[in-house]
Design a protein around this ligand. Structure first.
Ligand SMILES: Nc1ncnc2c1ncn2[C@@H]1O[C@H](COP(=O)(O)OP(=O)(O)OP(=O)(O)O)[C@@H](O)[C@H]1O
Ligand SMILES: [Mg+2]
Length: 272
């Protein structure tokens, strides 16, 4: 069965012959397969036999107490941390444990960190323009003419992140929330198939949190999303499935309601 709207997109992934020209192979409807992952830091086990699958177009929330291994999990997926053992596959054919961070990003996994890393002196538009051409130097990219298609994509993303009115403003003058949305826009112009978002609504106003919920729900289906968040109201608004991590393992998985009624989850996390 063919899956995922983005699965057919041709991708220019350097050194990844398997994907060149055919897009990501997600034949079985799974975009990410993590099996028996173990990560330890000086003997401390941050991930222990962690197994997790994310479906194409799914919006998955990951919750769990501080230190449960949520960020470490994202570090493994993005190639920042190598697992001691276990496997991590993107689609059917890309072995994330053997790819560099750059290759993983080019293959279509975008990650948003908590602290925005936009170029403050550049305009909102220029930040998006630059993100579209990650292979060139800053100034070469800004001087190069954009194709109509690229410009259209930036306009579309500006609309999606509601920064159309701010396009010519220096990014440094945006509010905290707007910078977070620009950061998401920077990921979107690169057309990622899987987006990883670590505590995206931390520090946001209620209105910004609400907009983030709408934004993520609208991005799902076209993209797959993995969202780590402690804000249960937010998780309830957006999640298809919720995975609860505890001590580096999957403690429970299901709808938010199912995991909220799980005795073990209440004990280690929600009942605090
Ligand atoms: N580079 C590292 N070196 C040593 N220990 C680490 C490293 N990274 C993470 N850890 C430890 O691994 C455990 C899991 O950390 P991680 O950051 O993945 O948790 P988390 O679930 O993201 O927590 P939080 O909700 O607080 O963000 C913690 O005990 C942390 O101290
Ligand atoms: Mg964390």
């Amino acid at each position: 069965m063919s899956s995922g709207i983005d699965a057919g997109l041709a991708r220019d992934a350097i050194g990844l012959g398997q994907v060149a020209g055919q897009g990501l192979n997600t034949r079985h409807g799974t975009i990410l397969s993590l099996e028996d992952l173990c990560v330890s830091f000086d003997g401390f086990k941050a991930l222990t036999d962690l197994t997790l699958y994310i479906g194409v177009g799914e919006l998955r929330c990951i919750i769990g107490p501080n230190g449960a291994g949520k960020t470490t999990l994202m570090d493994v997926i993005t190639g920042k941390t190598r697992p001691d053992s276990g496997s991590a596959w993107f689609g059917e054919t890309l072995d994330l444990t053997r790819m560099s961070e750059v290759q993983i990003a080019q293959a279509g996994i975008g990650r948003k960190f908590q602290k925005p890393t936009v170029f403050e002196a550049l305009s909102v538009f220029e930040n998006l323009e630059l993100a579209q051409k990650t292979d060139k130097s800053v100034w070469a990219s800004l001087r190069a003419r954009l194709s109509g298609e690229q410009r259209d994509r930036i306009d579309e993303v500006l609309d999606t992140i509601r920064l159309g009115q701010e396009r010519q403003r220096p990014a440094g003058l945006l509010s905290h929330g707007q910078k977070q949305f620009l950061e998401i826009g920077i990921l979107l112009v690169q057309n990622p198939q899987l987006l990883l978002l670590d505590e995206p609504v931390a520090g946001m106003t209620d209105a910004e949190t609400e907009f983030t919920a709408e934004l993520f729900t609208s991005l799902a289906r076209r993209h797959s999303l993995m969202v780590v968040e402690h804000d249960m109201g937010f998780v309830g608004r957006i999640a298809d499935q919720v995975t609860v991590l505890h001590q580096g393992q999957v403690l429970a998985e299901g709808s938010l309601e199912q995991v909220q009624n799980d005795e073990r989850v209440i004990e280690v996390y929600l009942g605090r």
